[in-house]
Design a binder for this molecule. Structure first.
Ligand code: ZN
Length: 336
């Protein structure tokens, strides 16, 4: 897997290729960005490039070294994990790479490569305990000439400043939904589903690839029922009950954002049908009958007004405005 096999973040890939080509890659890097944007995949490609037998500025993906790293069997490419790392309450067992516990880090980091050119340590730092921070700091203070550290973080504010200052930071951006859609299509996902999933995951490519497609279809059908109810002036109370009152958890906010994203896609289709009459480019072609019926019945300009309302709601969610107020205001605006 070379850098070109990773979606999005072209600038970061160019920077890495350039520094690798000049042989000037810093010994510690910090990859920052939202979940699912390819931080770990890029770290793996970088580990391959550093050890590739064919190329200096990228991974060829074919040489024995590249292949062993891809299989997670290279003795010099290691993932650092903490005991009992938990994600969503589940014991983290995702790593397919060789594993080092951070307590043994110093020992490991000082070793010369066992079979490759460089030892590469990959660490999703997450919430860093003092112990872990201390261990990594010690290693970064006295870098070994033959080791590279790649730290991954969703939130740079959670990384100790003393660690940040010793790393070159690269900020990853979300992957564009068109690019996610293209990748899903290439993997044989049916076109409408690819489009829906790309909309739902809001730039998280990992989630797009793991998404349960049947569930996504079900969610879209539910969103359509809620959407058509709301614009018809019924269903407001139900919408508020579902989203305004319950928990203010991150999951609830994400669920709401997903539903609004789907509403926005229905409205965008309404705009096309109301203004341009171009059903060929609908985001939800399988809902065309219902959408056309709505488009004919609603006042001209309704689609545009709705798209604006959803944009405003999504911005509000990003700014962490009060969900209750946001949902009530949105319901009122939708009924218009
Ligand atoms: Zn190679």
């Amino acid at each position: 897997m070379g850098f070109d096999d990773i979606a999005g973040n072209a600038r970061i890939k160019a920077v890495l290729r350039r520094t690798l080509g000049r042989g000037r890659l810093p010994h510690a890097l910090l990859f920052v960005g939202p979940p699912g944007v390819g931080k770990r995949r890029t770290a793996l490609a970088l580990a391959q490039a550093l050890n590739c037998l064919e190329r200096a500025d990228d991974a060829c993906g074919r040489c024995p070294s590249c292949r062993t790293i891809a299989d997670g069997r290279h003795p010099d490419v290691l993932e650092i994990i903490r005991p009992q790392v938990r994600k969503n309450g589940v014991e983290e067992t995702r790593s397919s790479l060789g594993i080092v516990q951070f307590r043994e880090l110093k020992q490991w980091a000082g070793l010369r490569p066992l079979s490759g050119k460089r030892r590469v340590f990959i660490w999703d730092v997450g919430l860093m305990s003092d112990d872990a921070g201390h261990a990594i700091l010690k290693v970064l203070e006295e870098p070994s000439p033959s080791s590279t550290f790649i730290l991954l973080s969703e939130n740079p504010d959670l990384v100790l400043p003393t660690i940040k200052s010793r790393c070159q930071r690269l900020v990853f951006a979300s992957v564009a939904s068109e690019e996610i859609e293209r990748i899903l299509l290439r993997r044989g996902c049916p076109e409408e589903r690819a489009r829906t999933i790309a909309l739902l995951v809001r730039g998280d490519l990992d989630r797009a690839l793991e998404e349960d497609w049947d569930l996504a279809e079900k969610r879209r059908a539910e969103a359509w029922a809620a959407f058509s109810g709301l614009v018809d002036g019924r269903g407001g109370a139900d919408f508020i009950r579902r989203w305004a009152l319950p928990r203010r958890t991150k999951e609830a906010r994400e669920g709401l954002a997903e539903e609004i994203e789907l509403f926005r896609a229905f409205s965008r289709d309404l705009v096309l049908l109301q203004e341009a009459g171009e059903p060929g480019r609908l985001l939800n072609p399988d809902f065309e009958t219902g959408l056309s019926e709505l488009a004919g019945r609603l006042a001209p300009g309704t689609g545009l007004r709705l798209v604006e309302a959803f944009d405003r709601a999504l911005t509000g969610l990003e700014r962490r405005l009060n969900t209750g107020l946001l949902v009530s205001a949105l319901a009122a605006r939708m009924i218009g």
